[in-house]
Design a protein around this ligand. Structure first.
Ligand SMILES: [Cu+2]
Length: 501
């Protein structure tokens, strides 16, 4: 191990020690401080394998994924495969795709319709597709245990039986989810229903899917994933892509747009706001539409969360532009990761909307969007605590147990309702995700306002040292996973199995 690598790996375990709070006493602390300073210095001095001439001019037009609409087809086909395509510069980079290029297609399907897809694994290692947020039978969910071998095909077939919302799909192999999503294996999945149709929300050209992902590129334009062991804390990049387009622009009219936003990043939490537009409206969360629209100035979106928002460009004139940006999220972590890249607190521009046409559309947003049956604490027959902790060796865990694909960690009664108490004991925020359910947030101990807590959720951000209580009804039998959705955390053991029986 050379000096640079040694310091990288030291720095990771030192950070983990602080996070876990296992170093005590001032002498130990000052020794640790010195070593951390040393490690930090080495990181700062380390040669950066990154492009210096970042494309910050917003000159690439936003790519819009093509759609697979189950109104027009009966069955779709995905093959996880290695592909070559240009993303950051003209030079083509190695990618992983489902149909040969990025962005992957958006799936669109109506509530009550049958979803059918043949998935072939064209990769060298086993993998599986998970339908994130979809309530599907155990065998269709894409648990890592159900990964299929190279060149094998799995037939997915299930009826979509849930309300309209913005969901997504990605591969979920044991220990390699981070890498596979990073190189491309993710896309959006939209469910429509009659209730939503009646609302007359902006649609067609006025409905934009936005998958936000921060990435790293080298000087030639090759996509780079992990560079150091320290990246197990979470891979952060300096180039923000939307729909696989780095720093894009989109021409718009001066009217309302519906933006379906997915944070498809590895680790970064965004605090989204529009420069030039003070307020926008949240209409939906992970599991579908809110009861009523909520006006916000900015909003947090953690990895794997979705927000459905309406932004109105009505006060803009032709020639104006509006920047979608992240305000930085310094509350998210006290630790730096690879210091060659912007941290959690970084403010970054994401994409530019250019107003190029006037519009005479004046449609108003309905005051009532949906009915959400509020679950009550008294509905719950059991409660259990899930802790988020780092154990010796810098391993991320739930309840101090590194993930074991064959171990059942929690046994839950079918059709029962439970309160899960999510206790984060470390100084870093974790987005907690459950398969096979949509849940509601009961309360949280931090003072930060999460308007998304008012809707159905499958992923919830638990702030540093915070406790969040969620209420869940388990209606699908079988073995599912719950895990942190920072991809490097779930790959490095912050995951567990629950069995509904
Ligand atoms: Cu985590």
């Amino acid at each position: 191990m050379n000096r640079r690598n040694f310091l990288y790996s030291f720095s990771f375990s030192a950070a983990a020690a602080i996070l876990g709070g296992c170093e005590k006493g001032s002498e130990k602390n000052s020794r640790l401080d010195n070593k951390i300073d040393e490690a930090k210095k080495a990181l700062q001095e380390s040669p950066k394998n990154i492009a210096e001439d970042k494309l910050k001019s917003f000159t690439s037009e936003l790519k819009i994924p093509k759609e697979i609409d189950f109104e027009h087809i009966a069955k779709a086909k995905f093959t996880a495969q290695k592909s070559l395509a240009a993303l950051y510069k003209e030079k083509k980079t190695d990618l992983l795709t489902f149909q040969g290029d990025l962005p992957n297609p958006t799936i669109r399907i109506k509530k009550g319709d049958d979803f059918e897809l043949d998935f072939t694994n064209g990769l060298e290692k086993p993998t599986i597709v998970h339908w994130h947020g979809l309530l599907v039978p155990e065998t269709m969910d894409g648990h890592p245990k159900d990964s299929i071998a190279t060149n094998m095909t799995k037939e997915y077939k299930y009826r979509v039986n849930q309300s309209a919302g913005t969901f997504w799909y990605h591969t979920h192999p044991h220990g390699r989810t981070g890498e596979e999503i990073y190189y491309g294996l993710a896309g959006l999945y939209i469910v429509e229903d009659e209730n939503e149709k009646r609302l007359n929300l902006p649609s067609g050209e006025f409905e934009l899917p936005l998958i936000i992902q921060d990435r790293r590129f080298d000087k030639e334009g090759n996509l780079i994933y992990k560079e150091t062991k320290q990246d197990n804390v979470g891979v952060l990049g300096d180039v923000v892509m939307v729909n696989s387009t780095p720093h894009p622009y989109k021409n718009v009219k001066n009217t309302k747009y519906r933006l379906r936003i997915l944070n498809g990043s590895s680790a970064r939490v965004y605090k989204l706001a529009f420069e030039g537009i003070e307020e926008f409206t949240l209409i939906g969360t992970d599991g579908g539409l809110l009861e009523e629209p909520i006006v916000v100035k900015d909003i947090l979106i953690a990895v794997a969360e979705r927000i459905d928002i309406i932004v109105d460009f009505k006060d803009k004139k032709v020639g104006d532009s509006v920047m979608l940006k992240t305000l930085g999220f310094k509350e998210g972590s006290i630790i730096g990761t690879n210091t060659a890249y912007p941290g959690f607190d970084a403010k970054m521009d994401i994409m530019k909307f250019q107003i190029t046409e006037l519009s005479n559309s004046t449609s108003a947003l309905p005051a009532k969007l949906n009915t959400i049956r509020k679950m009550k604490e008294s509905d719950a027959t059991n409660s259990r605590t899930i802790t988020m902790e780092v154990i010796k060796g810098g391993i991320w865990t739930l309840n101090r147990k590194p993930y074991d694909i064959h171990r059942v960690d929690e046994r839950v009664k079918l059709d029962s309702t439970e309160i899960w108490i999510l206790k984060n004991s470390v100084h870093m925020a974790h987005p907690f995700h459950m398969h096979g359910v949509q849940f509601q947030v009961l309360d949280r101990t931090s003072k930060i306002d999460f308007p998304t807590d008012k809707g159905w959720k499958d992923t919830v951000l638990v702030m540093p040292t915070e406790t969040v209580r969620i209420i869940v009804k388990f209606t699908i039998p079988g073995l599912f996973v719950h895990h942190c959705h920072i991809l490097e955390h779930e790959d490095h053991s912050m995951m567990a199995n629950f069995l509904v029986e």
